[in-house]
Design a protein around this ligand. Structure first.
Ligand code: UDP
Length: 416
């Protein structure tokens, strides 16, 4: 029997999205190719990063919370091919040995599901001389930061047409880019269970309207305040609250007496079932949550977004007719009240719109593309060699073309 194709998916738990996308692809690879494939999801920051980079993961909620628009400003400032490359280059001396360890793993192909790993892994493979097939899977829905866009990748999978244009703008060759949708867990491709049955299975009241409240994997974005506003609004609903990894919030909410039925979850694997049970989702505009809500045809009130990074997810949902933006808890309650009090016409219309924009099989499309590239791209082995000084200089400056420029200068001087 042929050996299984070992595919390493590199993710990091900055939020829940990258991990969810990696898990979705791993599950879809197994469903499609069974024993012919061996996907491994690796939390590369946790398992490999040296101090202080290892802290990026644990401090992510704090960065987003305290950063405010500062996070967006930094994100925008670095969203340029040259500057992104320079940033990565400046960290290279500190992360080099960790990244060399990553690319030395006994695998047949690498998939980056987090932007921080793209440039370093491709550089590290140049160093070792063992160039494995490398695939970049963008796990944001619309925007594509320049950090993702090393044109040396073998294949770049992006969720939407707009992300395709961003990748092109950052210099990724058109023939390497493919639009697959944003991979979400294979359960989202299964038929949607009727709400009363889904509620009964979760032990909820089968016929009571249900509102699902989320804040990404880390329970971010004023979730507590919003839950309190909805819980005390006098609505005839039951609340399903997912606090994710925000344990403090989970405890606070679980210790509260609510005037309506309320279920409070920490980090749960039950999101597909909870989305089946809900009539409305209230969530920040996290890319994976948004893609999952579309697949479950779930009208969504977007309660906020991470500046810049998630802003266009809001526009996407609003333009699709599947969501509205309402940031203030009072406004969220108003929207919810209006949606629940018109015989369900608004909700039905929005559900239909969500279905039209959904890509529930994205994980399978991405898995197919990843498998094919991993299988068909040859591993190139060369003796490890030191970089020529000028190429090292060029990479250090983060500016392609320096070498050509210098060469041309020499050439012109010779002609003169
Ligand atoms: N999620 C989950 N269980 C939880 C909370 C969140 O599985 O308890 C998943 C959620 O379904 C989605 C992901 O975590 O797949 C959140 O990703 P998103 O991109 O929306 O936001 P992020 O957490 O990355 O900011």
């Amino acid at each position: 029997m042929n050996k299984p194709l070992r595919i390493m998916l590199l993710m990091a738990k900055t939020g829940g999205g990258h991990g969810a996308v990696a898990d979705a692809i791993a599950q879809a690879l197994k469903q499609l190719y069974g024993n012919a494939v061996e996907p491994q999801v690796v939390d590369a920051l946790r398992d490999f990063a040296p101090f202080p980079f290892v802290l990026i993961e644990t401090t992510y909620p704090l960065q987003v919370k305290l950063g405010g628009d500062g996070y967006g400003v930094a994100w925008r400032a670095l969203n340029d091919a040259v500057r992104a490359k320079r940033l990565m280059k400046s960290t290279w001396p500190f992360v080099r040995s960790a990244v060399l360890d990553i690319v030395a793993q006994p695998v047949d192909a690498i998939v980056a599901v987090h932007p921080l790993f793209v440039y370093p892994c491709l550089w590290a493979m140049k160093r070792t001389g063992r160039r494995l097939p490398f695939i970049t899977m963008v796990s944001d829905l619309i925007v594509v930061h320049a950090l993702w866009c090393d044109p040396e990748t073998d294949s770049m999978l992006v969720p939407t047409g707009t992300s395709q244009s961003y990748a092109l703008q950052h210099g990724v060759p058109a023939q390497k880019i493919r639009v697959t949708g944003l991979p979400i867990r294979p359960q989202f491709a299964e038929p949607i269970e009727p709400r009363p049955a889904a509620r009964a299975r979760l032990g909820l009241q089968p016929d009571k309207r249900s509102v699902l409240l989320m804040g990404g994997g880390d329970g971010l974005g004023s979730l507590g305040e919003i839950v309190r506003a909805v819980g005390h609004a006098g609505l005839d609903v039951q609340m399903l609250v997912v606090a994710g990894r925000n344990e403090k919030l989970r405890r606070q909410l679980a210790d509260t007496e609510w005037p309506i039925p309320a279920r409070i979850y920490g980090f749960t694997q039950e999101i597909p079932a909870l989305m089946n049970a809900a009539d409305v989702l209230i969530s920040k505009a996290g890319p994976t949550t948004v893609a999952e809500a579309l697949a479950r045809e779930l009208p969504t009130i977007l309660s906020g977004f991470i500046p810049t990074q998630e802003e266009e997810n809001v526009t996407y949902m609003v333009d699709a007719g599947a969501g509205v933006l309402a940031e203030q808890p009072r406004r969220i309650v108003e929207v919810l009240r209006s949606w629940l009090s018109d015989d369900g016409q608004i909700l039905t219309r929005m559900s239909t719109a969500a279905r039209a924009a959904a890509r529930p099989r994205a994980a399978f499309d991405a898995a197919e593309a990843i498998y094919t590239t991993s299988r068909d791209t040859p591993v190139i082995v060369q003796p490890p060699r030191r970089e020529p000084l000028l190429a090292a200089l060029e990479r250090f400056l983060g500016a392609d073309g320096v070498v050509d420029y210098l060469r041309e200068g020499v050439h012109n001087r010779r002609r003169r």
